[in-house]
Design a protein around this ligand. Structure first.
Ligand code: UDP
Length: 349
């Protein structure tokens, strides 16, 4: 946005542990978990939103608020923005109805809302102002810039990966919906036939994700000290460059989610022309044509079978990877996203 002359800025909200516990519960219940927030947690939610609304700096032609956690900002900061847009990053197609009822009035008050897929918009929502725009990746950022095979191999070697043996990689938060346990099951099936395969699970610890540590521990225990499963995170200094290297080095990139709003990691892997296998859920099928630019799967067994197929036929992997890269080039790079945002700003006047 700045490159085309807009004065665009990010502001980050503040929270505390109880708020993050409530918002993680909210996130899960919006994705269908039957548990939801208590009345006290809703009060805290409103209180932290009001506090952040007060702290919002500046006056803006448009304010874009991301995701449910800060959705209440608009009410408390109305005078600070001429237009208010709410950007939803998650799949609300089969939610627990209780939090939707609570959030719907807040969503509808925005001048516009932006969603990844039409099916994510709640059925009861007024369609005025609804825009369907998938996200995009920045091909020039450290996470996505071109890496030479030698450099990618060098970085992965620093984490104990043998660059001469097949590597499976999943990059994602340690979260039940990302199914790290299913990834390990698939890897184990693969190693029954190809014992030389290795698995890297690269996952950052988000400070607003209280479940992350617990699920990291669960994944770690499930890996059972297998020396060929590397479980890494930002705590091991795995940043954007390292994520790029693991994605670039992988013989197969996996994103075996069971719920996925979009899955930036999918486009990130495809942009590196890697053969990709993903869960057939949410935003993943939007990025992959099954059998043409990757594979969509619904179980660890299917994931293992497709992985073996790719590992045994490098020509197939190359062909899938090339098709995937071309699809990302035309659909999921930042210039397309910029054009879509400019269209929304223009439409709002
Ligand atoms: N990511 C990262 N380091 C990690 C794990 C993930 O930088 O160790 C990045 C990943 O490359 C992607 C983002 O975090 O850009 C995750 O986005 P995605 O849409 O895949 O999933 P979300 O976490 O938003 O559910």
């Amino acid at each position: 946005m700045r490159d085309v002359g807009l004065d665009a800025h990010w502001q980050v909200i503040f929270g505390k542990e109880e708020f993050f516990n409530a918002t993680k519960l909210l996130h899960n219940s919006l994705q269908g978990d039957p548990a939801t927030l208590s009345e006290e947690q809703w009060e805290l939610f409103d209180e932290i939103n009001a506090m952040n609304a007060e702290d919002l700096q500046g006056e803006w032609d448009a304010v874009i608020v991301h995701d449910p956690q800060p959705i209440g900002l608009r009410r408390g900061a109305l005078a600070k923005g001429k237009r208010w847009i709410w950007r939803c990053h998650i799949d609300l197609s089969t939610p627990n109805p209780a939090p939707i009822e609570r959030l719907l009035p807040l969503m509808e008050e925005y001048d516009a809302s932006v969603w990844h897929l039409p099916s994510y918009v709640p059925a009861a929502m007024d369609r005025g102002g609804v825009n369907i725009i998938p996200p995009a990746i920045d091909p020039l950022s450290p996470k996505n810039m071109a890496f030479s095979p030698e450099d990618a191999a060098f970085v992965c070697e620093q984490f104990g990966i043998d660059p001469d043996r097949p590597l499976l990689t999943q990059v994602s938060r340690f979260d039940p919906w990302k199914d790290p346990i299913g990834v390990i099951d698939a890897y184990r099936e693969v190693t029954e036939q190809l014992p030389e395969a290795q698995l890297a699970m690269v996952g950052s610890m988000a400070s607003d994700d209280p479940e992350g540590r617990e699920y990291f521990q669960k994944t770690y225990e499930y890996a059972d000290n297998d020396p060929d499963i590397k479980i890494l995170s930002n705590l091991n200094n795995v940043g954007a460059i390292e994520v790029n290297a693991f994605q670039s080095q992988a013989d197969v990139v996996i994103q075996k989610s069971t719920r996925e709003g979009f899955g930036l990691t999918v486009s990130e892997a495809l942009w590196k022309a890697r053969p990709f296998i993903g869960g057939d859920v949410g935003g993943i099928p939007l990025q992959i044509q099954d059998g043409t630019s990757g594979y969509l799967v619904s179980s660890p067994e299917e994931c293992a079978e497709r992985t073996l197929r790719i590992l045994r036929d490098p020509g197939l992997g190359k062909w899938l990877g090339r098709a995937g890269k071309e699809y990302v080039r035309t659909h999921f790079l930042t210039p397309r996203l910029l054009r879509d945002w400019l269209g929304i700003f223009r439409g709002l006047g």
